[in-house]
Design a protein around this ligand. Sequence first.
Ligand code: 3HC
Length: 286
Amino acid sequence: MKAGVIGAGTMGRGIAEVLLASGFEVVLVDRSPELAEKGRESIRKSLQRGVDKGRIAETKMDEMLGKLKVGADFTAVADASVALEAVYENMEVKRAVLDAVSSVVSSTALIGSNTSSLSVTGMSSSVKNPGRFLGVHFFNPVPVMKLVEIIPGEKTLPEYVEKARDLAVQMGKTPVVVKESPGFIVNRLLCPLMNEAAYLVSEGVASPEDIDTAMKLGANHPIGPLALADLVGIDVLYAIMETLHEELGGEANPDLAAKYRPCPLLKEMMDRGELGRKTGRGFFSY
Ligand code: 3HC
């Protein structure tokens, strides 16, 4: 069992780690060897935490790390039976990666995109043999979160929906199949919540601390919406809100467009480089 993961950012690393834990050999690819190596280091640290907490044996960690290869060469995924793409949430970037990957893997390999809101059918035009391509959406932090959304596109063959379900179960996750629609289930519900929390901050209704306390104690959320925005990444949240705004609203539906308008404070934070946990500062400091 060999899997290729393309994109060694937060999601790609997490997916690679869970695939390793499920017994796969994994090739983790990014656009430079340095970025791919950073991914390996982060997986090693995450596994080491598991060893320190007594969740996994040191020998198991070594075995898993021995099955991980990293690099910048797409052709290294050629003999994988599964290829999962987790690069930046941008249609053109994803299309270019999917074109390259689908050209090197076997014609029967399952190809999944960890897109958080983009059109699967839109991406599929860049995939060779698009019947084996679909959305396979994981949640952050991937080793902890149990859900996988499976999103067939118009061209996806039913047998590949089943293969994706089986893969999710093999990875210890619970799959749900979702009709293609911007944001699918979770992001359609969760991102407007985080966006609205950002509006509360910019309107001075309450402090970020109090907004998060309110949602933890008043709605039993494990973390508040602003801490969650910092975990997801302010840039990722902004990109998803823009997709919801354009695809559910757009010029034809001004009321819906207003409902999904990204909060301008998010853009200001991005301009200041305050992207959340990954840059050490977002709504909170880390
Ligand atoms: N990797 C592996 N394990 C992790 C982890 C990580 N990055 N972060 C936390 N954990 C583990 C910890 O080791 C700990 O396990 P232990 O109790 O066995 O030691 C456990 O999770 C709890 O961690 P903490 O005590 O440090 O902190 P919390 O109790 O706050 O739990 C959390 C952390 C599980 C992340 C929790 O805060 C939570 O559930 N938050 C909500 C996460 C969420 O909603 N994610 C979805 C975001 S939307 C998304 O991803 C979609 C995308 O498209 C944008």
